[in-house]
Design a protein around this ligand. Structure first.
Ligand code: R5P
Length: 297
């Protein structure tokens, strides 16, 4: 097995290769002055099973284009099988038609990667249960929720309640609750104006306790989490923590979270967070061992 990595999250790919004790394949990725990319596979991959690690994040279009070119390079060089490890798959919040005339962006991406020869895709905590149905080839959804459960146990908090910041996250919060001996959970009712993107929180379903731990799949602009935290604090919580599998921190998200009343924000390394977007309340936990375990099978 050979592991390759695009430029989106090389530290994670290196960790996985080290944990598995397998060789790291080299790619040459150049960007021309007009921002077009050129990709070249430098190792011999003829009849090899290869693993490609590429996530998205703040620059999904760049990383997807890079991914498509790497896949083409690997396939043309004779790779026997390609397993794509895509811990965060950008565009997954566009997994169906919300308003007539819209493209189903995730379906477009899945069509392309499967056409380019991906045999199996490994990803984490997908946005919705419907997403795996879009794939024709194998899709393995792994989860970072067990890491969050361990973290919460380590934090040794008394009388905490898990909070889903929207109704779409109920499935996730139920799983985490079970991992924590049926810890109590509540949910916030959130509406997003699809044209302006504005969020409105209308109601909390359940009892707010002193310590609230909000759990989401993704933090993008941070609007959902910061507004949710404010709502919980106004509704009786005294300490609010936030956990999300994927931390994009778009726009001013990192500053807004740092300046909010949230005590701590915990995300995984599914997306590489650049140094200038890290902040003092942020803690990053690694999903590498979960991926290595899956690849060992
Ligand atoms: C929405 O359904 C997702 O689960 C997240 O709550 C949302 O995408 C987070 O986005 P933002 O941080 O921009 O509010």
């Amino acid at each position: 097995m050979l592991i390759f990595s695009g430029t989106s999250n090389r530290p994670l790919a290196e960790k996985i290769a080290e944990e598995l004790g397998v060789d790291f394949g080299e790619l040459e990725i150049n960007t021309f002055p007009d921002n077009e990319n050129r990709v070249m596979v430098l190792n011999k991959v003829l009849d090899e099973d290869v693993v490609l690690v590429q996530s998205t994040g703040i620059s999904p279009n760049l990383y997807y284009m890079e991914l498509f070119l790497i896949l083409d390079g690997l396939k043309r060089s004779g790779a026997k099988s390609i397993t794509l490890v895509m811990p965060y798959m950008g565009y997954q919040r566009q997994d169906h038609i919300f308003r007539s005339g819209e493209a189903v962006s995730l379906e477009v991406i899945v069509k392309i990667i499967e056409e380019l020869g991906v045999d199996k895709t490994i990803s984490f905590d997908l946005h919705s249960i419907k997403i795996s149905e879009i794939f024709k080839k194998e899709i393995k959804e792994l989860s970072a929720l067990s890491l969050f459960a361990e973290k919460i146990k380590e934090m040794d908090l008394n009388d905490f309640t898990l909070v889903s910041p929207d109704m779409g996250g109920i499935r996730r919060i139920k799983i985490l609750s079970e991992l924590l001996n049926n810890a109590p959970y509540i949910s916030i009712e959130k509406d997003r104006d699809l044209e302006s993107g504005e969020i409105e929180l209308s109601k909390i379903n359940g009892k707010v306790t002193k310590i609230a731990i909000m759990v989401d799949d993704v933090i993008s602009s941070g609007g959902t989490i910061t507004k949710g935290a404010k709502f919980l604090l106004e509704s009786g919580a005294e300490e609010v923590y936030a956990m999300a599998v994927h931390g994009i921190f778009a726009e001013e998200g990192h500053h807004n979270l740092e300046n909010s009343d949230i005590k701590k924000v915990i995300v995984t390394d599914s997306i590489e967070i650049p140094e200038d977007r890290k902040f003092s309340k942020l803690e990053i936990i690694s999903i590498s061992k979960i991926i290595s375990q899956e690849l060992r099978k």
